[in-house]
Design a protein around this ligand. Sequence first.
Ligand code: NAD
Ligand code: DAO
Ligand code: ZN
Ligand code: ZN
Length: 370
Amino acid sequence: MKSRAAVAWEAGKPLSIEEIDVQGPKAGEVLVRIVATGVCHTDLFTLSGADPEGAFPVILGHEGGGIVEEVGEGVTSLKPGDHVIPLYTPECGECAFCRSGKTNLCQKIRVTQGQGVMPDGTSRFSMGGKQLLHYMGTSTFSEYTVLPEISLAKINKDAPLDKVCLLGCGVTTGIGAVLNTAKVEPGASVAVFGMGGIGLSVVQGAVMAKAGRIICVDTNPAKFEMAKMLGATDFVNPKDYPDTPIQQVIVELTGGGVDYSFECIGNVDVMRAALECCHKGWGESIIIGVAGAGQEIRTRPFQLVTGRVWRGSAFGGVKGRTELPGYVDRYMGGEIKIDPMITYTMGLDDINRAFDLMHEGKAIRSVIIF
Ligand code: NAD
Ligand code: DAO
Ligand code: ZN
Ligand code: ZN
């Protein structure tokens, strides 16, 4: 079938709106009509060429909401008409990782997903006979996309897909990092570095966890208004302290450091500051940001010897098929806020504007409506 899609032909170039060919679903696969998709910093990162796994030409996009159009042979858990959120972290329920009870990083299709193809090693996308790659197993910048059954969470049909699409990455990643990875306790102090879609969702998670002090750090003070509206208590712009390392500013502000910090930028120097602003003896720092290819983190080992802990979090530690429907219900019940995060809505033809707005620091999230 034909599908309108934004194609990334090569790194560093704008996306091209094209009419592509999409092959129907094979066994264990599902054809989905994407209704809406968010544009996340990770799409920008891959398009820039900094992503070590980035391969081209590719259909980017991983923050979608859609409706099942057709299912392949053997698919039992989904049927045409079901509303779904694509999962870049699938959940097979059978692999050692899924069964461990310790991680959400299902490995069942990890190798082929990383190569930009379906589990049988081939792509469902092409144009003029030339193969186009899948991205993160989701490729939501195409009106029609094909995913493995294990990469789809079935959700409440009443939920607006142009809002809950953000649960496919940003909002869930931030909230889950607080509730699942850090397990922030009531009254705990929290520092959040970077007030994009991820950092603001960490703020939401910290409010849900009943954290005491929620300190936001961003070099763009325009981001603080939304953080305050979501319940953050303190706001720090590193540019206001040109002579003091930001970790020292936070240690002094809190009388010893925070209980938990979250790095939501992808900057290895900020990752160090986020660890070192944690309280001696127990402070934990969670890395969410994705750093560029080849970058490394540094600190003095004594920071860890004296009780600070470094952790990482992917998709907020959330198991998509079992837990994401509950996130959708919490949005429907008013507990999770998504609408204020959507700063721009536009059609597919304007998708490059969404990338420009993110570059310029003007968008929290742009949502593309097909
Ligand atoms: P974003 O670009 O919207 O937000 C980043 C924020 O950081 C901006 O507000 C910017 O002003 C601020 N910032 C930049 N440099 C700074 C500095 N030196 N000090 C303080 N603030 C600074 O990005 P996003 O969409 O929120 O994504 C954030 C990161 O999370 C990215 O690296 C993205 O790839 C990553 N990510 C990780 C996961 C995961 O599962 N681990 C999921 C999604 C996104
Ligand atoms: O299992 O080895 C693996 C990789 C899982 C992918 C997790 C990706 C999380 C960070 C990427 C940002 C997503 C938008
Ligand atoms: Zn994302
Ligand atoms: Zn698995």
